[in-house]
Design a protein around this ligand. Sequence first.
Ligand code: SAJ
Length: 419
Amino acid sequence: MNRLRTISVIGLGYIGLPTAVVLASRGVSVVGVDINSDVVARINRGEVHIVEPDLDAVTARVVQNGLLRATTSVSEADAFVIAVPTPFHDGKADMAYVKSAAASVAPVLKAGDLVVLESTSPPGTTEAMVVQLAALRPDLKFPGRQDGACDVRVAYCPERVLPGRVLVELVENDRVIGGITPECAARAEELYRIFCTGSLLRTDVRTAEMCKLTENSFRDVGIAFANELSVICEKLGVNVWELIRLANHHPRVNILQPGPGVGGHCIAVDPWFIVAAAPEQARLIRTAREVNDAKPAHVLANIKAAIAGARAAGIRPTVGVLGLAFKADVDDFRESPALQIAEAIASWSNCEVIVSEPHAEALPGRLSGLKHVRMSGDVHELIRESHIVVMLVNHRHYKEISREDLEGKAIIDTRGVWS
Ligand code: SAJ
């Protein structure tokens, strides 16, 4: 029988809210905790503050039937799932939110409880959290003691869901569950069994922490290979898209796709956690980050050359920019190379800029309010009026643009849509 009758989810963001909602949809009583009172009020009205397919409908339902309630303060529960941000700046992971979440849980802990950390974290974080909790609650026994006694179980279980498919992947993906002790992993498995249909894979905490970082670093290294290849091919006059398509016919080759750079809050960030933890050893991982981070500058150099070409022909060109999001068909602009490129073009005074982004109502970031930059909701008008067309994000929306529409234009296609 499952002992987890009430589960508290600390942090109601991109991961915490869907997790709370899915748990509640399985009949568990869930209390969601967030420091942002606007977010809490919204959820209690049955509304959501993030865009994710179906999340709004399921949230409305579980709030209405009383299974999910949001609050700003932590109260007693049988299990606590911590899903707070771990930003990375100045070469270091900022663990302040994890520490303050643990501090807020400590006073309400009781024997038999389970604490699971889900936030992307450097190796050693969960063990440090146990030390913090033990110092705050000397009356309770925490795992890892020599005598094996334990009142509160602690585990690390990273999320691996893809934005845009969160509700599906939360349920269907396999999960890695790292316990401070094997008993801790077994208790955490009970929690994930409530809603996961994928395999639940038990391991120790450090391996689980590294696993999340490794998955995203692996993808980053793969994309860096494709991005480097695209720059090499440009120099050699080879069509990189054709090359990759052909090479991928080899049964053991699977090259990813080049792009304008790597964005989002995961792949562009997580490898740095490994570099920070082992700077001398993480040479390939660091270089991959540098290769991907250098790609927007390479794209900008190509745009600059196209503008110079137009100006040499006596034209003050209009540059049409397609897409600002960090990848196709999402409304997320975090660490977006497309936004970075658009902002750079907009800061030049030698061209006019028209921007299209189907997932934004107004120009985001530093683009808003600039004199020679405007937004267009009509991609055909954008193409018609542009001398130079820059494809940055292969949104579904742009499939309607044909090769013929682009006749006579200079094209900078960073996604290989028309190549
Ligand atoms: N990209 C390319 N070429 C490719 C694939 C991606 O340039 O062939 C770019 C995208 O345009 C985007 C960036 O990489 O800018 C990242 O996109 P993504 O779709 O690869 O990944 P995310 O950031 O949306 O989600 C990743 C996923 N991790 C892996 O696939 C290993 C997801 O499963 C994780 O849960 C998520 O990070 C996370 O939260 O860590």
